[in-house]
Design a protein around this ligand. Structure first.
Ligand code: PMP
Length: 402
């Protein structure tokens, strides 16, 4: 215990539940338990060789100094080219900012715009960090539940109903962590029309998983389909998930200049710039051959298909088919109210996830952490062997419930 006082922004937020779940897995493993870990939030692949080599060359070539606060021109040109060719987003180089991961860009955007009295609309289920990022910056998250009946997606009607004069942002995440649900171009256009009617509202599109795409409709971005939102939309992406570069810490965004300038101003006092070496590697990732991405997406799709089929074979569980990313979000409504062999009643998805951990040695994250119960998130960023073994163990454990 210390008598020192921490700021409210620290005491009012939680440690990320996925980080906490991953720690629990490490603790159990340290006790000698064999755990099949389905909590992982990062690719199980290594960074492709040509990208690593670009990082090594940057070190050897002396590319080891501060860069411009908003990122090197080479990287921003790579981002500009990627946004233009893949998503039809046209922007100037000074409309792009680069930071230490998409997470940092998201946080700093909140810091730049959110204060006491500000509301941020967060559709649930949501990535665990969004509400805490809002709270850490003094704002109020306005959670809008988006159930399975609407494909876990925000509808234009629900958005319209949630907007107040205090609304600053609505956060969209497509494909979504935890559900894998993605918005089609048409759905994005309908949401954009609502945002356009409310000029005080900004829309944040977190598209960090948009290359890990399985749907038969095309991956699109809100700024690509609704360029009229140029002054109201921030599109966030990064190299972590697509190129298996989580440890390199590079994320970026395109948006209106007033916002990008504000983010750059804050970052100039926070980090000066992202790592020069990582920026060189990220530029190589975006401008080099994309074969490694295609290969990993094929593997993720095989895993998704298998996990989806295995989970849906278990009586009491049911799962929608994700459009992208590497997660599944099965409903466990059919097991709520049942009793474990130890005589404990499963009251909610947290009880179920703890039961799976104890009984089956399978680690997952409960839906409550993402704001929509009763569900649980499993990650397919692990081998097919582990996915199959884990689903078999889940099936056995569910069969033992009465
Ligand atoms: N957005 C979502 C939805 C994520 O799942 C993650 C990573 N878990 C991030 C952003 C952050 O990614 P980065 O590594 O670029 O900070």
């Amino acid at each position: 215990m210390t008598s020192q006082k921490l700021a409210n922004r620290v005491t009012s937020i939680r440690v990320s539940p996925s980080v906490a779940a991953a720690q629990k897995v490490r603790d159990l493993k340290a006790q000698g338990r064999e755990i099949l870990n389905l909590t992982v939030g990062e690719p199980d692949f290594d960074t492709p060789e040509d990208i690593k080599r670009a990082g090594i060359q940057a070190i050897e070539g002396g590319d080891t100094k501060y860069t411009a606060v908003n990122g090197t021109e080479a990287l921003r040109e790579g981002i500009q080219h990627d946004f233009a060719t893949r998503l039809g987003i046209k922007c100037e180089l000074d409309q792009i900012c680069v930071g230490g991961g998409a997470k940092q860009i998201l946080f700093v955007s909140m810091m730049a715009t959110v204060e006491e009295g500000t509301e941020v609309i967060v559709p649930a289920p949501y990535w665990v960090s969004y509400p805490d990022m809002v709270v850490a910056n003094g704002g109020t998250p306005v959670i809008v539940e988006c159930g399975e009946d609407v494909g876990f997606k925000l509808t234009p009607e629900a958005l319209e109903a949630a907007i107040t004069p205090k609304t600053r942002w609505v956060i969209l995440n497509s494909p979504s962590n935890p559900t894998g649900a993605a918005y089609s171009g048409e759905e994005l256009r309908a949401l954009a029309a609502v945002v356009k009617r409310h000029p005080h509202v900004l829309v944040m599109c977190d598209e960090i998983y948009d290359r890990i795409w399985f749907a038969d409709f095309k991956a699109e971005s809100i700024l690509g389909v609704a360029p009229e939102l140029a002054e109201q939309a921030l599109v966030v992406n990064g190299v972590s998930k697509s190129y298996a570069m989580t440890g390199w810490r590079i994320g970026y965004a395109v948006g209106p200049k007033f916002l990008i300038d504000a983010i750059n101003k804050l970052q100039s006092q926070m980090s000066s710039c992202p790592s020069s070496v990582s920026q060189a590697a990220a530029a190589a990732a975006l401008t080099g051959p994309q074969g490694a991405v295609d290969k990993t997406v094929k593997v993720y799709k095989e895993r998704r298909d298998r996990a989806h089929a295995l989970i849906n074979d278990i009586p009491g569980l049911s799962c929608t088919l994700p459009d992208g990313a590497f997660y599944l979000y099965p409903s466990c409504a059919g097991v709520i109210g049942k009793t474990t062999p130890q005589g404990k009643r499963i009251e909610n998805d947290l009880d179920f996830v703890l039961y799976l951990l104890e009984q089956a040695g399978v680690a997952s994250v409960h839906g409550g952490a993402y704001g929509l119960e009763p569900y649980f998130r499993i990650s397919t960023a692990t081998s097919m062997d582990i996915i199959e073994a884990a689903c078999a163990k889940i099936a056995e454990a569910v069969a033992e419930l009465t």
